[in-house]
Design a protein around this ligand. Structure first.
Ligand SMILES: [Zn+2]
Length: 314
């Protein structure tokens, strides 16, 4: 019996040995596999722990960051509120300063105008033709002898109000530069000169006719020193209506206001005959106002005219 078993074993032994070896290898591999898996599991566990702690840290940091952003936001709002109120304060101060400046400006403007008015001859812008009267003692404060170059005739000297002369000189010089020659025929006339002129006219033409074209002494704009009669070459040296057909007259109509001059007696006026040659200085502002609004000096209210007096030489 035992022998039989041995015989059997002996017979199967060549098969059992490789099977055993295979079994041993398999067992080894399995054991190795278990060890590897266990070690991998351990690593995974470690990684999981690490991940968990990292995630926790990250979430903590995110919370802190969110908190910081919220804090910053509220600080920004606070800062912006502060800036707004600071700007409001600045604006309020600016408004106050502006108001003060404006007040100071108005006061200094008023003082300036009052100062100018106190130094300006109140007669300068009065309506003299048959309305206001200048007595025999009225003589302009400063009279300037017009240089001969500007006179039509050198036989008689002509004078103009010194303060208004630069405006007249500028007018003549500009006209000349534009190719238009204009001369002064007659400028300032004293009370006595006007009186003798009127008497002479009355003798020659009769009082009625003379009244229509010549002012009585004391009512002439020429006594102010700011009015003048102009003439151009080639019309015989006489002051005639035909003067309005000349280039000189047309130039004056278009440009005289820029130098402060107006035509006192235009066609159809209620004071004197049409005098296209007679121009009066009233200041650039008033002359421009008259020109732009197609108004005549004598049609304006004296009170409105007077508002231009302070700036007559501006
Ligand atoms: Zn005149």
């Amino acid at each position: 019996m035992i022998n039989f078993e041995y015989q059997n074993i002996k017979r199967f032994l060549p098969n059992i040995i490789p099977a055993g070896i295979v079994l041993v290898f398999l067992g080894g591999f399995t054991a190795y596999g278990f060890v590897r898996i266990s070690s991998l599991n351990k690593n995974i566990g470690l990684l999981q722990t690490e991940l968990a702690s990292t995630t926790a840290l990250l979430s903590q940091n995110t919370t802190l960051l969110a908190q910081s952003i919220t804090d910053l936001r509220s600080q920004t709002v606070g800062l912006s509120n502060t800036l707004t109120s600071a700007q409001q304060n600045i604006d309020a101060v600016k408004t106050q300063v502006g108001g003060v400046e404006q007040t100071v400006g108005t006061i200094s403007g008023t003082v300036g105008n009052l100062q100018k008015l106190s130094m300006t001859d109140p007669e300068l812008l009065k309506k003299y033709s048959k309305v206001f009267f200048l007595n025999e003692n009225y003589v302009p404060a400063h009279l300037f002898n017009i240089p001969e170059d500007y006179l039509y005739s050198s036989l008689r000297s002509e004078q103009f109000l010194a303060e208004a002369w630069p405006f007249l000189k500028n007018l003549f010089d500009t006209a000349k530069a534009n190719g238009v020659t204009i001369y002064v025929k007659s400028a300032y006339r004293s009370f006595a000169e006007q009186q003798s002129l009127k008497s002479m006219y009355s003798v020659v033409y009769g009082a009625g006719t003379a009244n229509s074209f010549s002012a009585d002494q004391g009512y002439s704009e020429h006594q102010l020193g700011t009015a003048l009669d102009v003439i151009v070459p080639g019309i015989g040296g006489q002051l005639e209506e035909s003067f309005d057909k000349t280039a000189g007259f047309q130039w004056l109509v278009n440009n005289a206001y820029r130098f402060g001059f107006e035509l006192s007696y235009p066609k159809g006026n209620n004071y004197y005959v049409y005098e296209p040659w007679h121009w009066r200085f009233v200041g650039v502002k008033l002359a421009t106002y008259l020109h732009n609004n197609k108004l005549n000096f004598y049609d304006m209210d004296q009170r409105d005219i007077d508002t231009y007096l302070a700036n007559v030489f501006d």
